[in-house]
Design a protein. Structure first.
Length: 152
């Protein structure tokens, strides 16, 4: 085959390969850590927000979240936590966890904030972790304060 013809065929072929390999990437790859609610034997796959900028971004602007996915916010200390729903497009349940992995507080069915000022929700208990899940998760799976969670 002539080199010029080969280069004309090779370019599009490489583009097709690149596109196909991108399409086959796991869309769940960000949600690659597991949390298990021990009493319910329910596993959730979480993305981690461990630094200030990741915690500020959280689940803002996301249009969907699978039923077995969530975001785990990790804080350097145990304290009362506040959060809001500004620029969050999904209704959420929030589970606050102690450093030992026990549920210390629950917030249910927090609705997106459409305009300022946005309400700030308080954990009302000291927590080291905050877990955001789809609204309805807490009731659907019978989560209660005091239950143990296995953290990643």
């Amino acid at each position: 085959m002539k080199p010029r013809l080969l280069s004309h065929l090779l370019g599009p072929l490489l583009l097709i390969i690149a596109c196909c390999s991108k399409a086959n990437e796991n869309p769940r790859s960000e949600f690659n850590r597991q949390i298990t609610f021990e009493e319910q034997q329910r596993t959730v796959y979480v993305a981690i927000a461990a630094n200030e900028s990741e915690r500020e971004q959280g689940l803002m602007f996301r249009q969907e979240l699978a039923g077995d996915q969530g975001m785990l916010f990790i804080y350097p200390d145990q304290a009362r936590r506040g959060m809001w729903m500004k620029n969050t497009l999904l209704a959420l349940d929030v589970v606050f966890l102690s450093g030992e992995g026990y549920i210390v507080a629950l917030l249910k069915n927090l609705q997106p904030c459409r305009k300022d000022p946005c309400r700030i929700y308080d954990s009302k208990a000291s927590a080291r972790y905050m877990l955001e899940l789809n609204a309805g998760f807490i009731d659907k799976h019978g989560l209660k304060v005091g239950q143990k969670v296995t953290l990643p």
